[in-house]
Design a protein around this ligand. Structure first.
Ligand SMILES: Cc1ncc(C[n+]2csc(CCOP(=O)(O)OP(=O)(O)O)c2C)c(N)n1
Ligand SMILES: [Mg+2]
Length: 322
């Protein structure tokens, strides 16, 4: 990869990290009243995705969706305002961190219900097929979501109908506090299980940026050119607690040593060092990129803080109940 592409990747990865570190630092102020599922440590795949995907393509994601929303080009101010519960938020302040959406860039939503957005992504692919567009639909999911029945129904439907959908599974080994080893039979590989259902698959190491880039590029090209589904499984690791801004390595479900092992593979840090080693004059440009992003992120938090809460009269707007 050229240095310029790597710098773009660095920029995306740093931006996602900076936004989530901003949440970490401000969460204790008590102004963000919704739960947050951070993906610090998991930025590489969303950052690569941002470089490959087109804004007309569809994407959906999960409870851990900040990075995917940003990578698809979702509006930063509207995301932070949503987390602050403000009326300027992307769901008008009623959804919080787990309900991100930006229709301007076809980021079609995230959901708190594990597995819930998978059939929605498949339905979007069906709409692209019926409308005869060249759009593809991308479904981000975690390893835990592959244990939901709807995952199998969706994979099967996409395979049978031949739909242009790209499933991107970020396997961070855990579903809340349960490791894969106690949730699935020994030796099972998620991607191989999907392959057995008739869908082409590839497996990547999310900490290897260059190979992950090629794998993702190849899959996007294939889905677009053949109009058929593809399933990707990338290994990755979340650093922070399952839900919240702290760490949870001391509660017994994983060890601090394991965390340190994965943290040493930090894709952002490694990319920065790689860029510095390959080009001795780059350090000041990287610092400039970082300060510009940090400023943008600070402004987004200020915007959210200054924005009004939704008024009482609009409390039930858009809420449908029997
Ligand atoms: C249908 C459903 N079951 C259980 C939960 C509780 N829950 C929230 S997040 C989560 C873990 C999902 O794990 P994974 O898909 O691997 O995503 P990760 O949190 O690792 O990003 C669970 C079980 C839920 N929100 N919805
Ligand atoms: Mg997981």
């Amino acid at each position: 990869m050229k240095d310029s592409s790597l710098i773009n990747l660095f920029q995306q990865m740093y931006r996602i990290r900076s936004v989530e570190e901003g949440i970490v630092h401000r969460y204790p102020e008590g102004k963000m009243r919704c739960p947050v599922h951070l993906s610090i440590g998991q930025e590489s795949i969303p950052a690569i995705f941002s470089q490959i995907i087109q804004s007309t393509d569809f994407a959906v994601s999960t409870h851990r969706g900040h990075a995917h929303y940003l990578a698809k080009g979702g509006n930063l101010n509207a995301m932070i305002a949503e987390i602050y519960g403000k009326s300027t938020g992307c769901s008008k302040g009623k959804g919080g961190s787990m309900h991100l959406i930006d229709l301007n860039v076809n980021f079609m939503g995230t959901s708190a219900i594990v597995g819930n957005s998978i059939p929605i992504g498949v339905g979007l692919a069906l709409s692209a097929q019926l409308n005869g567009t060249s759009q593809i639909s991308c479904v981000f999911l975690g390893d835990g979501a592959t244990e939901e029945g709807v995952f199998y129904e969706s994979i099967n439907f996409a395979a049978v109908r031949g739909l242009p959908v790209l499933f991107i599974c970020e396997n961070n080994l855990y579903s809340v506090y349960s490791p894969l080893s106690i949730r699935q039979p020994k030796g099972r590989v998620i991607a191989e299980m999907v392959e057995a259902m008739g869908v082409e698959v590839a497996i990547g190491d999310g900490h290897n940026i260059k190979s992950s880039f090629d794998i993702l590029q190849n899959a996007v090209d294939k889905v677009r050119s053949t109009g058929t589904p593809f399933f990707l499984e990338f290994s990755t690791y979340r650093w922070r607690e399952h839900c919240g801004h702290g760490f949870d390595n001391d509660i017994g479900y994983r060890t601090h040593e394991e965390f340190l092992e994965w943290q040493a593979k930090d894709p952002l840090n490694n990319l920065e060092r790689h860029l510095q080693d390959s080009n001795i004059n780059i350090a000041s440009s990287l610092e400039a990129i970082k300060s510009e992003i940090d400023l943008e992120v600070r402004k987004a938090f200020d915007f959210a803080d200054r924005s009004p809460f939704p008024s009482q009269s609009e409390a039930l707007d858009g809420v449908y109940a029997l």
